[in-house]
Design a protein around this ligand. Structure first.
Ligand SMILES: NC(=O)c1ccc[n+]([C@@H]2O[C@H](COP(=O)([O-])OP(=O)(O)OC[C@H]3O[C@@H](n4cnc5c(N)ncnc54)[C@H](OP(=O)(O)O)[C@@H]3O)[C@@H](O)[C@H]2O)c1
Ligand SMILES: *[C@@H]1O[C@H](CO)[C@@H](O)[C@H](O)[C@H]1NC(C)=O
Ligand SMILES: *[C@@H]1O[C@H](CO)[C@@H](O)[C@H](O)[C@H]1NC(C)=O
Length: 332
């Protein structure tokens, strides 16, 4: 089967290269997009993962494949119920399956927002562009940590100064291979350093980070707003091992009962109201549908949940620093 233009796992298409590129998603452009696109399906994305977050933590990203077909089916379900934004990554090893599902669903490529991420062992400027896709709407540096090209940990020079990697990402925008570029798992310090690089021409549009009830990061959120960087919330329902705990919180259940919505809908609506793009992961059709039903929480209820979230010591669920054998905590 050929998957030109629509597939993420196929060769770059010259026709797409000559299309005028859109501006990066920030500033006025972001506002314009917000006005002119059906907003919700973009804001709530179907997040895809092909292996457990546990395997990322242990660095076993090579061997932990979920059942083939499951991801493609989830994408088709999501598109059918109205999602138009799919969050993927090179390391999940399912770009081809996702591309095929979008193509088979019959949606136009330009009506779907596809994100992928550069894995740690491809930060070397010679490797950044080996992306094998038609084009992506968003390409992120997955982690602020560069591994060496042979996969060994870690490349200090490219970690301390990611600009050579970033410059290649900027080139991909110029070539039309990606429409927007951003980062993931960057803290304020790392983002400031990249933003203040004298030769930067495209500031990161997005920072995708762990954001949930137990790790709400209000400081990062405020800082990003000030700097016109849109935050995407990964593990929004709580992430590894914490989803049940989050959805069973009394404050969440109370709000759910009051508004006659589900606990997951309370949490996702809260994220949207905080001004983030939300990436709930599910392969269960009923939940995929449930997660797209966002409600505006009345201010008092929103503030009640916000206060509960920021009112305790933050707990991050995903921090691979140790499992990667880094001599420092990547979030510090
Ligand atoms: N940038 C990064 O470094 C990074 C790191 C981690 C994650 N992520 C992204 O963020 C995504 C989500 O993170 P995550 O999987 O850790 O956490 P999550 O979205 O907070 O939780 C996903 C879990 O919640 C369940 N679930 C989904 N909707 C539900 C609902 N309505 N009611 C009850 N349970 C529900 C899912 O089960 P079922 O699937 O069985 O329905 C799954 O077990 C990942 O897939 C990935 O795309 C990015
Ligand atoms: C890249 O694209 C070529 C041609 O479509 C294909 O043969 C190859 O398997 C792809 N590689 C990856 C990593 O997707
Ligand atoms: C910025 O670009 C100029 C011109 O190419 C170059 O001379 C300079 O070394 C660059 N600065 C840094 C910090 O990379």
């Amino acid at each position: 089967m050929t998957l030109p233009q629509y597939a993420m796992g196929t060769q770059y298409d010259e026709k797409m290269a000559s299309r005028p590129r859109e501006e990066t998603v920030h500033g006025e452009e972001r506002t314009r997009r917000k006005k002119h696109r059906a907003l919700l399906p973009m804001i709530v994305a179907l997040a895809i993962i092909y292996f457990t977050t546990n395997s990322v933590r242990r660095g076993l990203h090579h061997d932990h494949h979920a059942g083939r077909g499951e991801v493609g089916q989830a994408v088709k379900t999501a598109l059918d119920v109205g999602y138009r934004h799919i969050d993927d990554a090179r390391v999940y090893r399912n770009e081809e399956e996702v591309g095929a599902a979008v193509f088979e669903s019959g949606y136009k490529r330009e009506d779907v927002w596809l994100t992928s991420k550069l894995w740690n062992d491809h930060h070397d400027p010679r490797d950044v562009e080996t992306l094998n896709t038609t084009y992506l709407d968003l390409f992120l540096i997955h982690w602020p940590i560069a591994f060496n090209r042979d996969g060994s940990v870690y490349n200090k020079e490219l970690t301390d100064d990611p600009f050579p990697t970033w410059q290649k990402m900027e080139e991909m925008v110029a070539k039309g291979k990606v429409r927007n570029i951003g980062v993931s798992n960057f803290n304020i310090w790392r983002l400031s350093k990249l933003l203040s690089h004298p030769n930067i021409t495209i500031p990161p549009a997005i920072n995708q980070v762990e954001l949930n009830f137990y790790n709400p990061q209000p400081g990062l959120l405020a800082w990003a707003k000030e700097h016109n960087i849109l935050i995407e919330a990964y593990s929004p329902l709580g992430g590894d091992g914490q989803v049940g705990r989050t959805l069973n919180l009394p404050v969440v259940k109370e709000i759910a009962a009051e508004l006659d919505i589900t606990p997951a809908q309370v949490i996702i609506s809260w994220h949207v109201q905080r001004g983030t793009v939300v990436l709930p992961k599910s392969v269960t059709p009923a939940r995929i549908e449930e997660n797209l039903q966002v409600t505006r929480l009345p201010d008092a209820l929103f503030e009640k949940l916000e206060a509960a979230a920021v009112g305790h010591k933050p707990q991050r669920t995903l921090n691979p620093s140790e499992s990667w054998g880094l001599p420092f905590d990547l979030f510090e």
